[in-house]
Design a protein around this ligand. Structure first.
Ligand SMILES: *[C@@H]1O[C@H](CO)[C@@H](O)[C@H](O)[C@H]1NC(C)=O
Length: 349
């Protein structure tokens, strides 16, 4: 619960600072516009002899020109200052904080959440609004080939008492099956590029679809646990998340070393004193159960995985997911964002 409160607070802070910044930016923009309008106003009227005492204008042409030049100079200076301020704000927060003393500096592991855009799918937005709890939900994607597994999946969820879950039905049979079992269901609008894959029985192909379908959920500002249907839920996973990273995932590791990382030594005696070579190993993330927050790095990750799976449909989505997360930048490959990853503790009950 503490973790969830921290998450909510940081989201509120992000929202607050976004709004705050928006207001500041628009204020500065308005100030620039007002200054320019005032400038035009003065320039126009000062050139007219409107202030007259009797029949003699108090303004000589030289005086008019001097005042005009002064006003233009002052206005230019203000516009320059305000433009500079605007530029600094647009550069973000980087310049606002000095690094503190040793031991006090902590990078943020959480990227700001995206501004929700419900226009990407108003029908889904309505469903999510009803189903999600604190803008979070568990999502599974299923076609009729996995109907029996799906039944075990949602029954385990019901038993735990979780309400914020949703089945994305890839065919009518599953949609009807969910409705008749009182299971929240969403059936996408027909889209041949997705539906042709959705009809197949091949698990990796269907599994790869989840990255594509999930995008809209994130765009609309929801955090999602994407779950395969071959999973049984025994406790509410939302009580066990840290929410301090863009992605929290299961691991294929089976102990502390394999899950969290270990040093692997390769020994080649032929090299004499340099016979030992060290590699840092970590077992892959298991993308059958992943919590993804609605941030830019998350969405970039989904897009990159989707893009590769579309171009190379034979690839296993889990392999691609891990490559995109872990492979550091190298020629021909820009690493995916500064993607932040987190493991759930493999021992936490
Ligand atoms: C595994 O790591 C946890 C903390 O991350 C620690 O509490 C536990 O003792 C470790 N277990 C073993 C067997 O090393």
């Amino acid at each position: 619960m503490a973790a969830s409160r921290i998450c909510d607070a940081s989201q509120v802070m992000n929202l607050y600072s976004a709004v705050h910044e928006g207001v500041r930016r628009s204020r500065i923009a308005i100030a620039i516009v007002i200054l320019v309008v005032l400038g035009c106003f003065f320039a126009f009227f000062i050139s007219q002899p409107i202030f007259q005492i009797g029949s003699v204008s108090w303004q000589s042409p030289e005086r008019v020109n001097m005042v005009k030049a002064d006003i233009v100079a002052i206005l230019n200076e203000h516009v320059r200052e305000l433009t500079e301020k605007l530029r600094l704000i647009e550069q973000g927060n980087a310049q606002k904080h000095k690094a503190g003393p040793f031991g006090t500096v902590k990078a943020s592991r959480t990227s700001p959440t995206v501004v929700p855009d419900e226009s990407v799918n108003p029908r889904l937005a309505k469903i999510l609004d009803q189903v999600a709890v604190r803008k979070e939900l568990i999502v599974a994607i299923a076609n009729s080939h996995v109907k029996s597994m799906l039944e075990i999946w949602f029954n385990s969820i019901k038993k735990v008492g979780i309400t914020n879950y949703l089945v994305v039905a890839l065919d009518n049979e599953i949609a009807e099956f969910c409705k008749s079992n009182d299971v929240p269901v969403y059936q996408r609008d027909p889209d041949e590029s997705i539906d042709s894959i959705a009809r197949t029985a091949v698990t990796p192909a269907v599994s790869g679809l989840k990255f594509r379908i999930l995008r809209e959920f994130l765009q609309m500002g929801y955090s999602v646990i994407i779950s395969d249907v071959d999973i049984v839920i025994l406790q509410n996973p939302f009580n066990h998340l840290y929410r301090d990273s863009d992605v929290e995932s299961m691991t294929d590791g089976h102990d502390n070393n394999t899950a969290y990382g270990y040093n692997d030594m390769f020994d080649d005696p032929a090299y004499g004193p340099t016979r030992y070579v060290f590699t840092r190993r970590i077992y892959v993330y298991n993308c059958g159960f992943v919590y993804i927050r609605p941030t830019f790095p998350s969405i970039e990750l989904l897009d990159r995985v989707t893009d590769r799976l579309v171009r190379e449909p034979k690839l296993w989505d889990q392999v691609v997911f891990n490559e995109e997360l872990f492979h550091p930048s190298h020629p021909g490959w820009a690493s995916c964002c500064q993607e932040n990853n987190g493991f759930l503790s493999i021992y936490e009950q």
